[in-house]
Ligand binder design. Structure first.
Ligand SMILES: NC(=O)c1ccc[n+]([C@@H]2O[C@H](COP(=O)([O-])OP(=O)(O)OC[C@H]3O[C@@H](n4cnc5c(N)ncnc54)[C@H](OP(=O)(O)O)[C@@H]3O)[C@@H](O)[C@H]2O)c1
Length: 289
């Protein structure tokens, strides 16, 4: 029941109507009997500052932030978590008695999913990241923070990979960081045996579910574990290939759930029920393989 004690959390973005977050968060709030509601707010870029002032004025407990505002909100926040500061982007805002704290739970959600699903820890590992966009940045910094030993970033546009690699090198203390061209032959012949490959490109995402992955079988076989950030479909062509080759896989669904679970914990102080969150997301996906 909504009453005068109901607390509000939500999402700022543009567009927001395709977001899976409202159903996911409301399902778990209801399951745990918490008197909160989660709403999606479509906010234009020129109104981000006013939206954040509104959060303070109305006592909204917190929000997720999505495209295109993840970087723009930073200037109007009071503090940043270590992750948000390193990544330079915020996906979760906590309203701590009027002080707005920016967090980034994307990378944390990614590593928590790997830990929960296959017991993977980044400590001392050699990892190839395909793509160098916003999600790659969050994942790369978190893997670095968790103690990864060697990080390789391969991207279609080499300059973007080079920028991310030099950013990682400057801010973290890793044994090795290298930007690479996304060329199968070169990667296959020059990379060491890998503990993990993370595909952060949108290739294979619904509705283009049959598009070939950017990496071939020989490169896939260099790794012990392959993950795709795409979660719709849950099992992409890349993951199907990897499975067939006997390589362990983790889908992007876990990252989506755990980034939300960590935000939920920040706002409510309570552990989220991830199974309820997962069911809520799966009920919204076009393809649930
Ligand atoms: N599971 C989750 O919770 C979660 C969270 C965040 C994002 N994601 C997913 O991750 C994906 C990337 O998101 P993002 O925000 O990082 O996007 P982004 O900032 O636009 O970056 C996209 C990256 O993919 C590369 N790319 C795009 N199309 C390509 C193609 N045809 N061939 C080779 N490379 C290609 C881009 O390379 P260039 O630099 O050359 O353009 C860029 O490096 C999306 O599918 C998104 O849904 C999932």
């Amino acid at each position: 029941m909504i009453n005068s004690s109901t607390k509000l959390v939500g999402l700022l973005g543009d567009p927001v109507e395709h977001s899976k977050s409202p159903l996911m968060h409301n399902a778990v709030l209801e399951k745990l009997g918490l008197n909160y509601r989660y709403l999606a707010f479509q906010v234009k870029s020129e109104e981000v500052k006013e939206a954040l002032e509104g959060i303070r004025a109305l006592g909204i407990k917190g929000v997720n932030v999505t495209i295109p505002h993840k970087e723009a909100v930073i200037n109007n926040l009071d503090d940043l978590s270590k992750e948000a500061e390193l990544i330079g982007a915020v996906n979760t805002i906590e309203n701590k008695e009027g002080r707005l704290i920016g967090h980034n739970t994307d990378g944390q959600g990614f590593v928590r999913a790997l830990a929960e699903e296959v017991g993977f820890s980044a400590q001392g590992k050699k990892i190839l990241i395909i793509g160098a966009g916003g999600a790659a940045k969050a994942v790369a910094f978190q893997l670095g923070l968790e103690g990864a030993d060697e990080l390789y970033v391969a991207n279609r546009t080499f300059e973007t990979a080079a920028n991310l690699a030099s950013n990682l090198e400057e801010k973290l203390n890793l044994s090795k960081v290298e930007a690479l061209r996304l060329e199968e032959e070169y990667l296959k012949n020059n990379l060491p045996k890998l503990d993990l490959i993370v595909d952060t490109t949108p290739i294979g995402m619904y509705p283009q579910i049959d598009v070939e992955p950017v990496i071939g079988d020989e490169l896939i076989e260099k790794a012990s574990l392959v993950t795709d950030l795409v979660y719709n479909p849950v099992e992409t062509v890349l993951l199907k290939r990897a499975k067939k080759l006997g390589v362990k896989t983790v889908s992007g669904l876990g990252m989506l759930i755990y980034q939300g679970a960590i935000a939920f914990e920040i706002w409510t102080g309570q552990e989220a029920d991830v199974e309820t969150m997962k069911d809520a997301i799966l009920s919204q996906l076009e393809i649930r393989n």
